[in-house]
Write a new protein. Structure first.
Lengths: 417, 477
C-alpha cells in the first residue's frame, strides 16, 4: 500500500482514512500489509501493518554497518529491512541528492517541489516493490499513483487505486493540468478504482472518462475515539459555539459559513463562531468577517492538531461543513461521535450515508443559517441529533469498509487468472 | 343481511411555506399557497371530483339504496372553498340525495384529543357547525383524526353527546375478536364503537392494482362474495378509505370507478346492503365492551400514535404549541385564531417522524420536506413567530397559574350567572303563578339580574390589569 500521510502526523483527512482503512482490513484477518509513507516519525501505531519509510529506503549502495543503521533509523524501521532493501537497488541514483544511507530525503508534506517529491517516491517504490512480495498494490490518492504504476510494472501484480479526492474537487472545477495528468494516468493503469463516495465515483467516470465497471464506491468510516478523547471536559462558555473546522480553502466553502454566521448574528447575539484550521483563504475570511461587522463574535484559531481538534469539537454546539465539493469528509463523523450535531452540504460524499445530520446546499446560506439557529435554540433538535448521531456513527466501522476493499481485491485477482 | 359502511376520508393541511428564522417577527404569513393550491386542485381533479360523481351515480342507479359516509376536515373544506369551489357544490349534491352521512371530527385534523381536551371539544364543535352550515347535516357519528381513540377520548366524545364512534380495528386491541361487530366503549357504556376492517379495505386500497397479489384481479362480484360469505353473525363491515385512493393511488384506468359502480348491483343480488353508520348502529346492539388503555390510530404498522408523538422533536413541537392553548382561547384576533387552527394539523408532526424502514417511506412520500429535521426547523420557526404574536396579546409574565385562576373565576362566574338566571326565572314564574299582587319583589329581582350583568365583564378587565401592571414595571426598569 502506498500512502502519503499517516497519523499522528497528518495534514488532512487522507492520513486518517488510510490509517482507518488499513486497520479495518487488518481486523478482517489473513492479510499482510506493508504501508509505504514518505517519512515516518517513529510514533506511528504499529502491529497491523509493516510501515516502510521512503526516506529510509536506499536507492544507492552505501557501505554502512548494522550498528550505524540501527543508530540512525532504528527507532523507525528494523535495520534488517534496510539491508533487504539495499539488496534490491535496481539502478544507480548517485547523481541525486542522497544522504549518508543512500536515501532520498522526503518532507512528507506538500512542499513546493511536490511533483519532484512524487517522482522520487516512485523511484523508491521500485526498490520496495522488488523487495517486498505482494499480491496486490493499493495506492492512496494521486501523490502515490506514479509509485503504484511503477510497482505494478515491476511486479506485474494488479493495481488498485483509491481516490480520496480528485483535482476537480480541490480546484472547484478548474483542474491543474499536471495533477490531472497524473490522476488520469493512474486511473488508466489501475485494474480497479475505489472511490470514497458516489459523488467522487461520478467525477471519476464523467471527468476522467473511466469505464464505470472499473469504479466502486467504498464509503469511509470513522475510527472509534478513545475514552480520553470522549471524556474531554468542555470549556464552559456563556455563548453557544458554532464551528467550522478544516482547511480554509476554496473547496471547503468557508465564505458561506461566514455569510451564514452574519445572518444568525443579526438575530441572536449570544452565539460565537469559530473558524478552525489554516489555509490560503484565511486572510480573505478574516477580511470578510470584518466587512460583515461580526469580527467580535467570529474567531480564528489557526491550524489545530491532534487533541486540539477534539477539544474544539467538545467546545462546540454545532459543527458545520459547507464544502462546495467534498469527496467524503470525515470530520462530521468525528463531530457526531463527539456528540456535536452537524450541518453538512449536500455536495459532500458523507451526506450519502448520514441520516442524522442537517443537509443543505452549500450555497444556500439562508438554509444553513436557519439550521444553525434551529439547533442552538431548540433543545429537542439538539438532543435528537446528538443522541441519534452517536448511535449512527457507531454503526459505521472501518471493518465493514475494509471487508468491501478485500472483496474488491479478491475480485481483481480472480479476474486476472 | 349484512351491512357495509363506506367511509371516505378527505383531508388536506395548510402546508407551511419555507420560513426562515430571520422571518420571525417580520413575516406573519406562514402558508405555501402555491403548493396548497396545486395539490388540492390536482387531487380534486384526479380523485375527489370523479369519485364523488361516481358516488352520485351509484346512489341514483340503485334507487338510493347505496349509502356512504364522509369524514372531511375543516381545513380541507376551507381549501376546497378557496381553490375548487365547484367540488363543494358537488358534495352538496351528494348530501342532498340523503344517502350521505357526514361524520364529526376535528376541524384541523389535529391531535387535540391527545393534548388538550378543551381545545378538542372546541374544535369538534367548530367542525360540526361548519358541516351544518354548509350541508345542512348534523354529524352524529364521530371519527377522530386518523381514528385516534382510547378510553379517555371516548368519555370526551360521549360528553359532547355523540353516541357512535368509528375507530381502528387494531389487531393488538381485538386479538381474536372480529372487527365486524358493534362494540361499546368500556369507559362510556352508552357509546357504540364501529371498527374498521383493514383487511377488506386494503384489498381495495393496496391490492386492487397489485398484479402480484394472488387474488388479482379483484372484481366487484368476488369482493361482494367475500363479504357475503363472512360468518353469519358478523353484521357490519366498516371500510375506511382515503378518498384520494380512488383516482390518485388507483388511477382511473385501473377500472376502480367501474368496480365501485358495480358494487351495489352485486350487493343487491347477494344480500349485502351499503349503508350509513347511524342506520347500522340503530339496528344493532353491542356484543362486548372494548377497553383501549393506550391510544390507537389507523396510521403506520404499529397502529398507535407514534407517527406523531414518536420522537423528542414531535413532543417538543406539540408541547410548545399546546402550551399556549389557553392564551389563544382568550384571544379575539381572528387571524391568530385561524393560524392556531392550521398549525394544529397533525400533518406537520407527521413530517417530523424519524421512523425508518417501511413506515419511513410513507412518511417521506407525503412530506414536503427533505428530512424530519427540516420539517421540525421550519415548523418551530413558524411557531416561534406565532408564540410572539400570542405573547403580544397575553404576555408570558402572567404565569399560567394566575391565568388559570382567572379563567376559573370567569368560568365559575359564567355558571354562577346561569344558575342565578335560572333562579330568577323560577322566582319570576313563582311570582307570576302567585297572582301578581305587588310589583315590589319584581323590581328587586330585576336589580339582581342587572347586578349580574355588570359583574360578568368585570373579571375580564381584571384579567388584563395585572398584565398591564407587570409590563409597566418592566419598562420602568
Amino acid at each position: 500500500m502506498f500512502g502519503w500521510e499517516f497519523p499522528p502526523h497528518i495534514l488532512g483527512g487522507l492520513g486518517t482514512a488510510s490509517y482507518g482503512l488499513t486497520k479495518g482490513m487488518h481486523a478482517n484477518g489473513n492479510l499482510d500489509i506493508t504501508f509505504v509513507i514518505p517519512k515516518p516519525w517513529g510514533d506511528e501505531e504499529k502491529g497491523f501493518a509493516n510501515i516502510i519509510g521512503a526516506c529510509n529506503t536506499p536507492v544507492a549502495w552505501r557501505d554502512v554497518s548494522w550498528d550505524y543503521v540501527n543508530q540512525r533509523i532504528g527507532k523507525v524501521m528494523d535495520p534488517q529491512t534496510y539491508f533487504d532493501l539495499r539488496d534490491h537497488i535496481y539502478a544507480d541514483f548517485n547523481y541525486m541528492r542522497l544522504n549518508d544511507l543512500g536515501c532520498i530525503e522526503f518532507s512528507g508534506r506538500y512542499p513546493d517541489n511536490l511533483v519532484e517529491e512524487i517522482n522520487n517516491y516512485s523511484i523508491v517504490a521500485g526498490v520496495i516493490a522488488r523487495t517486498v512480495p505482494c499480491d496486490i498494490i493499493h495506492a492512496h490518492d494521486w501523490l502515490t499513483y506514479p509509485a503504484g504504476i511503477h510497482a505494478k510494472n515491476v511486479t506485474g501484480k494488479p493495481l488498485v487505486i483509491h481516490v480520496h479526492a480528485s483535482e476537480f474537487d480541490r480546484s472547484r472545477g478548474k483542474p491543474n493540468p499536471t495533477v490531472f495528468a497524473i490522476e488520469k494516468d493512474g486511473m488508466n493503469n489501475a485494474d480497479h478504482i475505489i472511490t470514497v463516495s458516489n459523488l467522487t465515483r461520478k467525477t471519476v467516470i464523467e471527468n476522467y472518462g473511466i469505464d464505470p465497471a472499473k469504479v466502486t464506491t467504498v464509503h469511509n468510516a470513522v475510527i472509534p475515539l478513545d475514552e480520553e478523547t470522549l471524556n474531554l471536559k468542555r470549556t464552559e462558555t456563556k455563548d453557544k459555539v458554532i464551528t467550522f473546522l478544516g482547511r480554509i480553502t476554496m473547496q471547503k466553502g468557508p465564505e458561506y459559513f461566514v455569510e451564514a454566521a452574519a445572518k444568525v448574528l443579526k438575530k441572536d447575539k449570544n452565539v460565537r463562531f469559530v473558524m478552525a484550521g489554516g489555509g490560503d483563504m484565511e486572510k480573505d475570511m478574516i477580511r470578510l468577517a470584518a466587512k460583515r461587522n461580526i469580527a467580535d463574535r467570529f474567531h480564528f484559531t489557526g491550524f489545530l492538531r491532534g487533541k486540539e481538534v477534539y477539544q474544539m469539537f467538545r467546545d462546540s454546539d454545532v459543527y458545520v461543513m459547507p464544502s462546495v465539493s467534498e469527496p467524503f469528509g470525515i470530520s462530521p463523523l468525528e463531530a457526531m461521535e463527539m456528540g456535536v450535531p452537524s450541518i453538512i452540504s449536500k455536495q459532500s460524499g458523507c451526506a450519502e450515508i448520514l441520516d442524522n445530520v442537517i443537509k443543505t446546499d452549500y450555497w444556500d446560506v439562508d438554509a444553513m443559517a436557519d439550521a444553525m439557529h434551529s439547533i442552538i435554540s431548540n433543545k429537542a433538535l439538539y438532543n435528537t441529533l446528538r443522541d441519534r448521531g452517536i448511535e449512527e456513527i457507531h454503526g459505521i466501522t472501518w471493518e465493514k469498509a475494509g471487508k468491501k476493499v478485500i472483496d474488491i481485491y479478491n475480485k481483481v485477482i480472480e479476474s486476472r487468472q | 343481511m349484512k351491512s357495509v359502511c363506506f367511509y371516505f376520508k378527505i383531508h388536506q393541511p395548510f402546508r407551511l411555506k419555507r420560513y426562515r428564522f430571520f422571518d420571525i417577527g417580520n413575516d406573519h404569513y406562514y402558508f405555501d399557497d402555491f403548493a396548497n393550491d396545486e395539490i388540492i386542485t390536482r387531487v380534486a381533479q384526479q380523485s375527489y371530483i370523479p369519485m364523488t360523481e361516481t358516488l352520485i351515480q351509484m346512489v341514483e342507479n340503485s334507487n338510493r339504496e347505496f349509502k356512504c359516509s364522509l369524514s372531511i376536515s375543516g381545513t380541507a373544506i376551507e381549501q376546497l372553498q378557496l381553490y375548487v369551489p365547484e367540488y363543494i357544490d358537488l358534495l352538496k349534491k351528494l348530501a342532498d340525495t340523503g344517502c350521505l352521512e357526514i361524520l364529526a371530527g376535528t376541524y384541523s385534523h389535529s391531535l387535540s384529543s391527545l393534548e388538550d381536551p378543551e381545545e378538542f371539544m372546541r374544535e369538534v364543535k367548530q367542525h360540526s357547525d361548519l358541516i351544518k352550515r354548509l350541508f345542512g347535516l348534523t354529524p352524529k357519528v364521530f371519527a377522530n383524526t386518523e381514528l385516534i381513540y382510547d378510553d379517555e377520548i371516548a368519555t370526551l366524545i360521549a360528553a359532547m353527546g355523540y353516541k357512535v364512534i368509528l375507530t381502528e380495528g387494531a389487531k393488538h386491541i381485538l386479538g381474536w375478536k372480529s372487527p365486524d361487530y358493534v362494540y361499546s366503549a368500556i369507559s362510556a357504556p352508552d357509546v357504540k364503537l364501529l371498527l374498521t376492517n383493514d383487511k377488506l379495505a386494503d384489498d381495495i386500497a393496496r391490492n386492487f392494482n397489485n398484479t402480484a397479489w394472488d387474488e388479482y384481479p379483484l372484481t366487484a362480484d368476488k369482493y361482494v362474495d367475500w363479504i357475503a360469505s363472512l360468518p353469519e353473525n358478523e353484521q357490519v363491515v366498516n371500510l375506511y378509505l382515503s378518498m384520494d385512493t380512488f383516482g390518485t393511488f388507483l388511477p382511473k384506468d385501473t377500472g376502480i370507478f367501474e368496480f365501485m359502480k358495480a358494487l351495489p348491483y352485486f350487493g343487491k343480488e347477494k344480500g349485502v346492503a351499503f349503508t350509513t353508520p347511524s342506520e347500522v348502529t340503530a339496528k344493532l346492539k353491542p356484543v362486548d365492551a372494548l377497553s383501549v388503555a393506550f391510544p390507537i390510530s389507523d396510521i403506520d404498522e404499529a397502529r398507535d400514535v407514534s407517527a406523531w408523538k414518536g420522537n423528542e422533536l414531535q413532543n417538543e413541537a406539540l408541547g410548545k404549541l399546546y402550551g399556549v392553548a389557553e392564551r389563544v382561547s382568550l384571544c379575539q384576533d381572528r387571524r391568530l385564531k385561524q393560524d392556531w387552527e392550521y398549525l394544529q394539523s397533525s400533518d406537520h408532526f407527521y413530517y417530523m417522524s424519524t421512523k425508518n424502514m417501511a413506515d419511513g417511506a410513507s412518511h417521506a412520500a407525503f412530506s414536503p420536506y427533505d428530512s424530519p429535521f427540516a420539517a421540525f426547523t421550519n415548523y418551530m420557526n413558524v411557531l416561534a413567530d406565532f408564540l410572539v404574536r400570542v405573547e403580544e396579546q397575553y404576555p408570558e409574565n402572567i404565569d399560567n397559574e394566575e391565568l388559570n385562576s382567572l379563567l376559573l373565576t370567569i368560568r365559575n362566574q359564567a355558571s354562577e350567572i346561569n344558575e342565578l338566571n335560572k333562579e330568577v326565572k323560577n322566582l319570576r314564574n313563582n311570582i307570576l303563578n302567585a297572582d301578581d299582587s305587588t310589583n315590589a319583589p319584581k323590581e328587586e329581582l330585576v336589580e339582581i339580574a342587572e347586578k349580574d350583568d355588570v359583574e360578568a365583564p368585570a373579571p375580564k378587565k381584571r384579567g388584563r390589569k395585572p398584565a398591564a401592571k407587570t409590563t409597566a414595571k418592566k419598562s420602568k426598569k
